[in-house]
Write a protein that binds this ligand. Structure first.
Ligand SMILES: NC(=O)c1ccc[n+]([C@@H]2O[C@H](COP(=O)([O-])OP(=O)(O)OC[C@H]3O[C@@H](n4cnc5c(N)ncnc54)[C@H](OP(=O)(O)O)[C@@H]3O)[C@@H](O)[C@H]2O)c1
Length: 347
């Protein structure tokens, strides 16, 4: 049951004109707003609060929402979307993404999983449906990074393609407009692009000033795939289990802080301006109106200078925050084994 308050939806006077928000042109000719609202409340933000943020964000001009079945809040977000649509925002003006969780890769599970997300979100189609991780290894949300599933497996391309072919059928059936990937590497994408009937429209990947993934970013751009950047602010509120001693903090970086001071904005806004100007689509999470409004205003406001863009390009620390340890499938593996660093898919 949605816990959304029954208040009518109304466009905010201090919001941003959605027509002014940059758009990404996808290989199908469709346009996707170049900033979206993240909806992963992790352990700390109840679904009702995230759903309220969806309504508030739509009121200030957001049209793109990044959802996933595993976030456990799609039914509440569905209540929010119904309120937004009933309030006068046409469904075609919204861009809604959802993701297939790792325990539903079996081909016979794909369509029911997608239909469940559609029911929860109250929609008859998704704009984008992603395979959330390239590993079918299920783990319960919120488990410690040392948790391992005894049935865990490496990436097996034939199995991934069997899942992908079901996503292609979702496009054929009109349930989803675009399909895409998340947490992929160049090695895995090369195989997918070789074998796919319907190409991925987008790849969702971790992207922030301290983790710019220049090779993967260039690869997806060169192949006409939109790069959607998750944790674009460096996920400052991520849970303890996702932190290590080596992690660095983007919003404390002196280069980011100096630009923020020049513009009179929070360093988070600088991360988002950089992301949109670089050509990726950030999906920042916030449930605070002042913050999500500042983030949207940031990407339509004064751009960073070429010198500032170059300065941020120079602060990459190769600092991956979401390392994926729970997907490891053998003893004595390192999280780096998940990311094909030497170009070989580990088995
Ligand atoms: N595909 C995947 O595997 C994957 C993985 C991780 C995340 N994601 C997606 O990416 C989204 C974003 O990533 P994330 O949630 O990890 O991190 P993030 O967007 O980098 O950071 C979110 C944090 O930044 C704060 N914040 C936002 N705007 C701010 C502002 N203007 N000033 C100050 N603080 C601000 C928020 O706090 P307040 O709420 O207090 O504003 C929140 O704590 C997720 O919600 C999810 O949709 C996808």
């Amino acid at each position: 049951m949605s816990q959304i308050s029954p208040d009518a939806f109304a466009i905010a006077e201090d919001g941003v004109d959605p027509g002014a928000v940059p758009q990404r042109l996808l290989h199908t000719g469709a346009r996707m707003p170049a900033i979206g609202l993240g909806t992963f409340g992790s352990d700390h933000t109840p679904g009702a609060l995230v759903a309220e943020a969806v309504v508030g964000a739509a009121a200030v001009g957001y049209r793109h929402f990044d959802c996933a079945a595993v976030y456990g809040n799609e039914a509440q977000i569905g209540g929010a979307l119904r309120r937004v649509i009933a309030g006068g925002i046409a469904r075609e003006q919204l861009w809604v993404t959802s993701k297939l969780w790792n325990n539903r890769h079996n081909p016979r599970d794909v369509r029911p999983a997608c239909e469940q997300s559609l029911r929860d979100l109250g929609l008859d189609h998704l704009d984008l449906y992603l395979i959330h991780w390239p590993f079918p290894n299920h783990h319960a949300p919120g488990v410690d990074v040392h948790a391992r599933n005894p049935d865990a497996r490496p990436y097996i391309h034939e199995r991934y393609m069997a899942t992908w072919q079901e996503l292609e059928r979702l496009v054929d059936a009109g349930l989803v407009r675009h399909i895409g990937t998340s947490n992929m590497t160049i090695s895995k994408l090369e195989l997918l692009l070789r074998d796919a009937r319907i190409r991925p429209a987008a790849n969702e990947m971790e992207l922030h000033p301290h983790f710019q993934q220049p090779e993967l970013f260039a690869y997806v751009v060169a192949n006409g795939i939109a790069a959607i950047g998750y944790s674009p602010i460096g996920s400052p509120a991520r849970p303890e289990r996702d932190r290590t001693a080596e992690d660095t903090v983007d919003i404390e970086d002196p280069v980011v802080v100096a630009i923020a001071e020049r513009l009179g904005v929070h360093p988070a806004v600088v991360c988002l301006k950089w992301a949109v100007q670089r050509g990726q689509t950030p999906i920042p999470f916030s449930t605070k109106r002042a913050n999500y409004l500042a983030n949207l205003r940031g990407v339509v406001g004064e751009p960073l200078s070429d010198d500032e863009m170059r300065a941020i390009a120079g602060i990459d620390r190769n600092c991956r925050l979401i390392k994926g340890q729970v997907f490891l499938w053998k003893e004595n593996q390192r999280w780096e084994d998940l990311w094909d660093l030497d170009g070989v898919i580990a088995q």
